[in-house]
Write a protein that binds this ligand. Structure first.
Ligand code: NAG
Ligand code: NAG
Ligand code: NAG
Ligand code: NAG
Length: 502
């Protein structure tokens, strides 16, 4: 399929799908039943149907990946070769012919769709079904927004139940090759805070509820085996504090906090309903010797109570035009999700990406369609726009933006851990995986505190302090920082191989 420039109205308009039918039938009721006699395969169409159709369809999905739409293309002129392969039709083309047969102010057009090579022999009844029922065409229209919300509602990854938790584990096992081996009890360590020092890192993996589902998708796209992070800070009296970006305050906002250890640990043990798994990654003694605690505290205090960095979160994993999107995601899908989200929750969308995209374009206050138009005027495709690296000194309307891991790495930068190359490191380009693969951590397991992994027969190179399943952090503690680290890295499942010095 040839990649096309986005043409916004049609891009929103057209989804054509040759159907694949199953012999089983779903109990779809309602007035539309006649036209919806057969189940569809979500893989072959954008799942943007009216809500009453979407729900039963969802139950027939085999995995959450099936939910993600595949972008076929934008139908434009007859010479443009928009072509795709459906389940039964192997060579399909579509084009748009603009004319003024209606003699109206803006003219009109005819949308042509040509299907060839009907090929469903494996399943004879399906062939007949296609002949009898034809090819279905779906328009993305206002109804799709309800459907998207429906998807969100039923998305099992996000449900705070045992079922939701096992959906998350199954997703990560299937799509990342993660394993979830049960550890011996107790699943919570008895910790001596004297063994914890400033700069030590917490890798946290949430597997349940809203945050669990969110982290699962984030892990999948970024290749990280943890979805959240926090950092230790000791004050001059030796009291332990935890710095965390993305802690929920009483108003339900996610902000940056510095909490006493006891309060933070109590929260993780008793109030966090995401079943967090937590590992302590102690700094290597040589790195700890470099750590300027005064400067780290100054930075942490300067960020305290600021909002969590939604602005640049997605940009830490989009570095290359084609090397960061696990199929069926691609930049068109990202654009389509962004476009739809713009309509569903404009304020949230502005937060999530509009401001960051404006920064990349050197503009202010444009909304998403305007951004796409402006970028194309400038000769920059939307794909390219997404790959422009974030700059740590960009200031957003609500201040500097740091996600959980950017906050910690920025603190490391302030504390001198990236010296002498700190000025050529953009920490907002680091994912959580990039953080725990830095060679900043303890490499000699006999120096770990004696209470680390005490009752586990498998000795991890870090201290897992909470969780039923043993945490894995592939490539932990293996990478020396270098200038412009992680600004051009592909990251594709299931191996997330990176090119050297990307
Ligand atoms: C279409 O035709 C009508 C009537 O001739 C004319 O007024 C209108 O401007 C045309 N529109 C376009 C887009 O050419
Ligand atoms: C540590 O940071 C503080 C505050 O930024 C600075 O005044 C001090 O000189 C630094 N100490 C060292 C040893 O670099
Ligand atoms: C396109 O955007 C870039 C980045 O902001 C800017 O440097 C460049 O001058 C723009 N080009 C045009 C043709 O406007
Ligand atoms: C690991 O640490 C122990 C205890 O400090 C020390 O005896 C040993 O030599 C270290 N091993 C390595 C490979 O550095």
């Amino acid at each position: 399929m040839a990649t096309k420039h986005l043409s916004i109205p049609l891009f929103l308009l057209l989804i054509v799908s040759p159907l694949l039918f199953f012999s089983s039938s779903l109990p779809w009721g309602g007035d539309d039943a006649a036209s919806w006699k057969v189940p569809l395969r979500a893989m072959d169409l954008l799942p943007l149907l009216p809500r009453r159709v979407a729900w039963p369809l969802l139950r027939s999905l085999r995995s959450a990946v099936d939910l993600l739409p595949t972008f076929v293309g934008s139908a434009s002129s007859p010479d443009a070769d928009l072509e795709w392969k459906g389940a039964c039709f192997h060579k399909n083309t579509a084009w748009m012919e603009f004319h003024n047969k209606s003699k109206s102010q803006f003219g009109g057009g005819t949308l042509h769709i040509k299907v060839r090579n009907l090929d469903c022999e494996e399943e004879e009844p399906q062939f007949d079904q296609v002949k009898n029922h034809g090819v279905s065409i779906f328009l993305m229209e206002s109804g799709m927004i309800g459907t998207l919300q429906a998807l969100w509602d039923v998305f099992p990854l996000f449900t705070n139940t045992g079922w939701g938790e096992s959906s998350n584990l199954a997703f990560l096992e299937k799509h990342m090759g993660a394993t979830f081996e049960q550890r011996p009890q107790p699943w919570i360590s008895t910790i001596n805070v004297n063994d914890i020092h400033s700069g030590d890192f917490f890798a946290i993996s949430k597997i349940r509820g809203r945050w669990g589902g969110f982290e699962t998708l984030e892990k999948w796209v970024s290749g990280a085996y943890a979805g959240h992070t926090a950092v230790c800070l000791k004050d001059s009296e030796g009291k332990l504090w935890i710095g965390e970006s993305g802690h929920e305050n009483e108003k339900g906002e996610d902000i940056i906090v510095i909490l006493p250890w006891e309060e933070w640990w109590e929260f993780e043990l008793t109030k966090d309903d995401s079943n967090p798994h937590i590992a302590l990654l102690p700094l290597h003694p040589d790195i700890r010797a470099k750590f300027n605690n005064t400067a780290a505290w100054e930075y942490a205090k300067s960020m305290s109570n600021k909002p969590y960095g939604y602005h640049n979160m997605i940009f830490s994993w989009i570095d290359t035009i084609s090397g960061n999107y696990p199929p069926p995601l691609d930049s068109h899908v990202v654009a389509s999700v962004m476009t739809m989200w713009n309509k569903i929750q404009p304020a949230y969308a502005a937060n999530m990406w509009n401001e960051a995209l404006n920064k990349r374009l050197g503009t202010e206050g444009l909304d998403l369609p305007e951004i796409i138009v402006e970028a194309e005027k400038n000769g920059t495709s939307f794909d390219e726009l997404l790959t422009i690296p974030e700059q740590d000194d960009w200031i957003y309307s609500d201040g500097k933006s740091t996600s959980c891991v950017a906050f910690i790495l920025e603190l490391y930068k302030a504390a001198g851990l990236f010296d002498p190359i700190a000025s050529s490191i953009q920490v907002t380009e680091f994912t959580i995986r990039d953080a725990y693969t830095l060679n900043f951590f303890e490499s000699n397991s006999s120096r770990l505190p004696e209470w680390c992994n005490k009752y586990d027969d498998v000795k991890l190179p870090y201290c897992q302090i909470k969780g039923r399943y043993r945490m894995e952090l592939p490539d932990y503690n293996s990478m020396e920082p270098y200038p412009h680290m992680n600004e051009r890295c592909p990251s594709l499942p299931p191996y997330y191989e990176r090119t050297s010095y990307c």
